[in-house]
Design a binder for this molecule. Structure first.
Ligand code: ASP
Ligand code: MG
Length: 458
């Protein structure tokens, strides 16, 4: 029987209790699993900060590694009665931290870091998590070994900061390396370029790493442990009793993640959908029962009664607006603009055009650089380039949206009833999603109105 790939994220690595829960979950899988683990909660952010500061402060290297050593040591001491084990694991973590310290010192010396070095430095959070968990499992008599992406042959396309796995080059070696009759613990978040350089999969990329590994070994399933109740009809921080979603298709899950559902990295389904490997979402604060996932993501399509499965939102997008009478009719504008944005590594999430304006949806963090780049292009028909950043994107997702009439009418009626103005909207880009833009100040009310209309009135 194929193995299960089990992913624990930063949200499972916050406290002593969390580590206890991870151990319980691992014990509950009867057969050896492949574990993919993230950095401890907050550690990647800490490293990003250190990377920045190290460029002009040589004391940062020591401070950073001392902090991380203390963090791990305190967590380890809670679990190891055995002094010998404690010394052994601390020494292994110490080796990693020494390396990290030397890299940070190098950055301080030159005042600079290449993209390759940045990716490498940021991978240490995951590296030490893997050594940490393996040590704890071993101390409990559970046979576990660290399997670094470099030793199992997880090869990427070499794109620093947002790499993809090269399955042609990775599958055979990853499969072979993970076939042993023991638990393998893999640091997520990165793979290796053909030249052997660390390449990150992007923020939150351990989900994608776990999915890629699941695909390489033809896993039974990818089990993702979170600290929330799986996918829900809306964010429980906004809606008091959201409806649990027991089953989603790969596409529904991908769209929800893309439009802001924080539960899964949007790229997680990519490696798994063609291979029909299910993703199962669990809540680690529950009873650790490995046979009762809260949400299963698979190929089987379910159309729910009210069509919609969930309403989600994102505050991360903004609009770059190009105004001018005739921008919609003049060929070549988008080609120039998208080439410039692509050159700066800026991803375009959506484009909505009309005769007198072009609206480009991009991440808020990219808006000002995009504005500078686009303003510098010679575009005769564009009278004005403008940034709009006080907007939110609200999206509804569900199989059947495109095939059933009346969904859009209900959405817009519910919004109008609550006095919410829709700035822009888009349906049909994918058959299972409709999304619209509102002023940021209207976002929560928009989510509530739609949730009320589709999930609270029968
Ligand atoms: N530690 C990385 C991050 O915080 C990767 C992950 O957690 O998935 O982005
Ligand atoms: Mg994460």
């Amino acid at each position: 029987m194929p193995k299960t790939v089990v992913k624990f994220g930063g949200s499972n690595l916050k406290s002593k209790e969390d580590i206890g829960r991870i151990i319980q979950v691992v014990k509950n899988y009867r057969d050896p699993v492949v574990i993919v683990i993230s950095a401890f909660y907050g550690v990647t952010n800490y490293l990003i900060d250190a990377l920045e500061k190290a460029r002009h402060d040589e004391s940062v290297a020591k401070i950073t590694t001392a902090y991380l050593l203390r963090l791990k040591r305190e967590a380890l001491e809670l679990y190891f009665a055995d002094q010998h084990q404690l010394t052994k694991i601390s020494a292994e973590i110490g080796i990693q931290l020494n390396e990290l310290e030397r890299f940070l010192q190098g950055i301080a010396l030159t005042g600079d870091a290449s993209a390759a070095l940045e990716d490498h430095v940021l991978s240490y959070g995951e590296r030490i998590s893997a050594i940490f968990l393996t040590g704890i499992l071993a101390s409990l008599g559970i046979e576990a070994r660290v399997a670094l992406p470099e030793s199992i042959g997880l090869v990427t396309d070499g794109d620093f900061g947002s790499a993809s796995v090269d399955f042609v080059k990775s599958t055979a070696s990853v499969r072979e390396a993970l076939s042993g009759d023991y638990i393998s613990v893999i640091p997520g978040y990165y793979g290796l370029s053909l030249e052997g350089k660390t390449t990150l999969f992007g923020r939150g990329g351990s989900d994608y790493a776990a999915a890629a590994i699941a695909r390489c070994i033809g896993a039974q399933s990818l089990d993702i442990w979170k600290d929330v109740n799986g996918f829900l009809s809306a964010d429980p921080k906004i809606i008091e009793n959201p409806v649990p979603i027991l089953q989603l298709t790969y596409n529904e899950a991908a769209e929800l993640a893309y439009f802001g559902a924080k539960i899964l990295h949007p790229r997680t389904v990519e490696p798994l959908s063609a291979a029909h490997i299910p993703i199962r979402i669990f809540n680690i604060t529950g009873d650790a029962d490995v046979s009762k996932p809260l949400t299963v993501i698979c190929a089987e399509k379910v159309v729910s009664k009210g069509i919609l499965k969930s309403v989600t939102f994102s505050e991360d997008f903004g609009i770059l607006k190009l105004k001018g009478s005739g921008v919609g009719a003049k060929p070549g504008i988008l080609a120039k603009v998208t080439t410039a944005l692509h050159g700066a590594g800026i991803n375009i999430s959506s484009v909505l055009t009309s005769q007198i304006s072009i609206n480009i949806l991009i991440a808020k963090k990219d808006l000002s650089i995009a504005y500078t780049l686009v303003s510098a292009i010679d575009l005769s028909v564009v009278a004005k380039v403008q940034i709009i950043d006080d907007i939110s994107v609200v999206a509804v997702v569900g199989n059947g949206i495109a095939e059933n009439y009346g969904v859009a009418a209900r959405i817009f009626t519910a919004l109008a009833r609550n006095g919410i103005n829709v700035l822009m909207s888009c349906s049909g880009a994918s058959p299972i999603v409709s999304y619209f833009l509102v002023k940021s100040t209207d976002c929560i009310a928009a989510v509530k109105s739609i949730h009320h209309e589709f999930f609270e009135t029968f």
